[in-house]
Design a protein around this ligand. Structure first.
Ligand code: HEM
Length: 432
């Protein structure tokens, strides 16, 4: 995995024996212990590790829940109550899993916005980024199917509304949309059959995510980590070994993140969910206001902002698909927004638009809410399709530090690992 020279030295005869046959410890050592990381990483770089923790925690708690859960329309709702009331520590494991989904999305949104701010998607990290977008997509599918499993009112109606969206394809290919919807449902309505297949896929997809994460981290180790300056590691003094420098930062933030996580698990387990999901699914009673989980709200707002159903579905999927293309839509010479005086404003406008869309997605699709959802949906796409290409060309970036070391030492470093800096040495304008 690692591209640098291996420094692993087996410490015993057994370790040597293993190393000659399956150099697993060497791979782990070179990838996660001695791996050169930029010396200026800030705490936003700890979220990849936090996400890995979230994924493992979701899989482990999910496996225990699956031992007691019943994926049938008649039993699902009560089996979740049984887990909460009768299974030893079931309430805690269930809360951990349900709150964990929200924590996973908090972490992934911070991770994505960190990447967007520091231009981590730019060459040579395009594949790393695209793998991230794929992970995000599969995460959303997993969370959507997971939310169906308690078979509450929101589960049922959420599945009904969202799966029905595919029927809009009938507008272009008559019959195809309906066929897809019936195929997803396993019949002519959302029933226990739908629930059962959602359960099966909800169990499977986290392992697909795990596979994608391996590729993601592999691609990261080939390209190397980006950092707040966006400059590449040029000399030895620009980097530090991953352990203990980056790992201790990761652990500190993982701990802080866990405190917040635990706060929700123990004190506010239902805060991020919806009260209607404690009413058993009833196909004959539609809740007055159907809303998805908070992490889908910006996309839900985009869906409803477009007056036409098919157009809304296309816009919603396009809002995710467009992320794949940003390594090529961003024409800037520098990676980090820190050195982009004009783009910086647009970045924060984009972040604000996403928050605003999230808020608007939670409101009824009427009046002023729809008006603003349209404005922010327009900006969402304009940001990628107009701002990124145009500002990248027109803007003159601020002067970049000569090296990562210089950025850390405020110009006192020479980026040469301690050698004296020759007077008037040429500045390095390159960021890539
Ligand atoms: C299960 C979800 C994910 C896991 C476990 C994960 C894991 C990681 C890890 C361990 C790192 C290195 C540490 C760090 O930079 O924070 C990383 C970096 C990165 N990830 Fe992810 N990631 C996930 C999702 C995503 C998503 C959804 C995206 C983007 C759409 C993404 C884009 C990136 C990029 C661009 C980097 C390189 C960052 C840099 O060096 O500046 N990741 N990821």
């Amino acid at each position: 995995m690692a591209q640098h020279e291996s420094t692993y030295v087996p410490k015993s005869a057994t370790a040597r024996w293993w190393d000659e046959r399956l150099p697993l410890m060497r791979l782990l050592h070179d990838s996660f212990v001695d791996y050169p990381t930029p010396r200026n990483l800030n705490y936003l770089w700890t979220f990849g590790g936090i996400l890995s923790f979230c994924l493992v925690a979701q899989i482990l708690t999910g496996i225990v829940l699956a031992m007691h859960y019943q994926p049938s329309a008649a039993e699902a709702f009560n089996s979740v109550e049984h887990i909460r009331r009768n299974v030893n520590y079931g309430w805690m494991i269930r809360n951990f899993h349900a709150v964990g989904a929200s924590m996973f999305f908090i972490a992934v949104y911070i991770h994505i916005f960190r990447g967007l701010y520091y231009g981590s998607y730019k060459a040579p990290r395009e594949i790393l980024w695209i793998l991230g977008v794929l992970i995000f997509l599969v995460m959303m599918a997993t969370a959507f199917m997971g939310y169906a499993l308690p078979w509450g009112q929101m589960s049922f109606w959420g599945v009904t509304v969202i799966t029905n969206l595919f029927s809009s394809l009938d507008g272009i290919f008559p019959g195809l949309g309906t066929a897809i919807v019936e195929w997803l449902w396993g019949g002519y309505a959302v029933t226990g059959t739908t629930l059962n297949r959602f359960f099966s896929l909800h169990y499977l997809l986290p392992f697909v995510i795990a596979g994608l994460v391996v590729l993601h981290v592999w691609a990261l180790h080939v390209a190397g980590q980006n950092n707040p300056t966006g400059l590449d590691i040029k000399t030895k003094s620009d980097s530090v070994p991953m352990h203990p420098y980056a790992t201790s930062k990761d652990l500190l933030w993982m701990f802080i993140f866990l405190i917040m996580f635990a706060w929700f698990v123990f004190f506010l387990p239902d805060y991020l969910g919806h009260a209607d999901n404690y009413i058993e699914a009833n196909p004959l009673v539609t809740p007055p206001h159907i809303v998805p989980e908070w992490y889908f709200l910006p996309f839900y707002a985009i869906l409803r902002a477009i007056p036409d159903k098919l157009g809304g579905v296309i816009a919603m999927f396009a809002a995710i698909a467009i992320l794949v293309f940003i390594p090529w839509l961003d024409t800037s010479r520098v990676r980090s927004t820190k050195y982009r005086p004009i783009y910086k404003w647009f970045f924060w406008l984009f972040a604000f638009s996403c928050l605003a869309l999230g808020y608007l997605g939670s409101k009824p699709a009427e009046g002023v809410y729809v008006f603003w959802a349209r404005i922010f949906t327009f900006y969402y796409f304009a940001h990628f399709l107009l701002v990124m290409p145009i500002v990248g060309i027109l803007e003159t970036p601020k002067k970049l530090p000569r090296s990562i070391t210089d950025a850390v030492l405020g110009g006192k470093g020479d980026g040469s690992g301690g050698a004296a800096k020759p007077k008037g040495a040429a500045a390095a304008p390159e960021s890539r």
